[in-house]
Design a protein around this ligand. Structure first.
Ligand code: ATP
Ligand code: MG
Length: 410
């Protein structure tokens, strides 16, 4: 029986999907997470406590564990664990990404530098240190621009600014968000020119440096800011074949510019007319519960595909299914306390809708972007065409009533 170590941040949405995938493969699992008790109940002794903010020490703890228990793979379920996974796998002689590559993919400033060195098309950018004149940098990249932290994800702290004074105000707001996230509020920010056009997300798998595109998602709702709340993802993309070819080429170029060679990647690009531009590429798979919209071969999940690759098992016959599918990340209408989501049965009754998961408990606070750091929920649909899928999630969303109460004065 093979044994794999899963790096699970405590707040991971996908713990269950990865554990189910390991069970489907008959693999034994050791869970490494920040709070041992979080998984000790289900995992017993096969739980290891690590501090993901101290990657060297965390990797060392995994190596020490491997002296007692054979490990065939070390897999991070999301961004927070990818550096630890790379360091540990390197020391254990397992297939891995170079740790510098993973570190660059986690730092949007380092990523911009790597893309620039490789001559890849991306927005004009400046990096703002703690005392930088952000208004001046915004004037240099042109208006409108986007100001963002180099380290957060899920569009948290990403703000469009229509001019230098607005950019300076956005930077101050982002520094507050960084402080609240436990990051350095004086850390670097990225100021970059706003790329118009439509946006796609690419889900891919690197094997020995070669990129296999698993799915390209259209994001049919406009993402024009000032905050970038993602909603609908639909695959396959409806863009023309030539555009999709340049999207694949650019994504492969981005992975290689960073030096990534193994495992899942998630890239975002903008297409202005026929020209594709890179927003970013992460060394992880799609976030939230969005992967549940993907099925490979005869019903294999993305998590199982990732684990199969990590364990060196075959991936033959595991192309994405023929059907169109999609997911809608439910928009958060306003800040407050989630009282209730009404109309769930009615939403689920819409033809093509296959699932609905509300991921915030009743009575818990909700906050929209740019401060928000949690998904409200996910609606899933399948159909013969992407248009059908898009229509299904829109209709179902229209039947939901999200009741938000007044925020408490905590
Ligand atoms: N230069 C830009 N021009 C236009 N839109 C942008 C730009 N930068 C960011 N955005 C928008 O903001 C969204 C989030 O930005 P970005 O991907 O850089 O941050 P993120 O927090 O890593 O997001 P995620 O974790 O959702 O991938 C992008 O998907 C895009 O819609
Ligand atoms: Mg992004």
């Amino acid at each position: 029986m093979s044994c794999l170590l899963l790096l699970l941040p405590t707040a991971a949405y996908r713990a269950k999907d990865f554990l189910d995938a390991a069970a489907a493969l008959g693999a034994e699992v050791v869970v490494a997470s920040e709070r041992r008790q979080a998984f000790a109940r289900v995992m017993g002794d096969r739980a290891l406590r690590v501090n993901l903010r101290r990657p060297e020490a965390a990797a060392q703890a995994i190596v020490a564990l491997a002296e007692r228990t054979r490990l065939d793979a070390v897999v991070a379920v999301d961004d927070q664990g990818v550096l630890v996974a790379a360091l540990a796998a390197e020391r254990l002689g397992l297939a891995h990404n170079p740790s510098e590559a993973v570190a660059a993919a986690r730092d949007k400033a380092a990523m911009r530098r790597a893309f620039a060195a490789a001559g890849l098309p991306q927005p004009e950018y400046r990096i703002a240190g703690p005392r930088a004149d952000v208004a001046l940098l915004a004037a240099e990249v042109g208006s409108p621009c986007v100001v963002k932290p180099v380290s957060l994800s899920a569009s948290r702290g990403v703000i469009r600014a229509d001019g230098p004074p607005a950019a300076a105000a956005a930077a101050a707001r982002i520094r507050e968000i960084l402080r609240e996230a436990g990051e350095d509020p004086g850390g670097p920010l990225l100021v970059e020119c706003y790329l118009p056009g439509v946006e796609v997300a690419v889900e891919g798998l690197l094997r020995g440096g070669a990129l296999e595109v698993l799915a390209v998602f259209d994001k049919p709702d406009p993402l024009e800011g000032p905050y970038f709340e993602e909603t609908i993802y639909v695959t396959p993309s409806r863009l023309p074949a030539e555009t999709l070819e340049s999207i694949t080429r650019l994504t492969a170029g981005a992975a290689s510019a960073l030096g990534l060679v193994e495992g899942p990647i998630h890239a975002e690009l903008r297409i202005d007319g026929t020209r594709a531009w890179l927003l970013e590429l992460a060394a992880r798979s799609i976030g939230g519960l969005c992967s549940r919209s993907l099925r490979f071969g005869l019903g294999v999940s993305l998590e199982e595909l990732i684990l199969r690759h990590a364990l060196g098992l075959g991936l033959d016959g595991l192309a994405r299914e023929e059907a169109a599918s999609g997911v809608m990340m439910l928009p958060i209408p306003r800040a407050g306390v989630l009282e209730e989501v009404r109309g769930q049965d009615e939403a689920l009754a819409v033809p093509g809708v296959t699932g609905l998961e509300i991921s915030i408990a009743r009575g818990r606070p909700v906050r929209p972007l740019p401060e928000g750091d949690r998904y409200l929920g996910f609606l899933f649909a399948r159909g013969e065409t992407p248009d059908e899928v898009e229509e299904a999630v829109r209709t179902a969303h229209g039947r939901l009533e999200i009741v938000i109460g007044e925020p408490s004065d905590e």
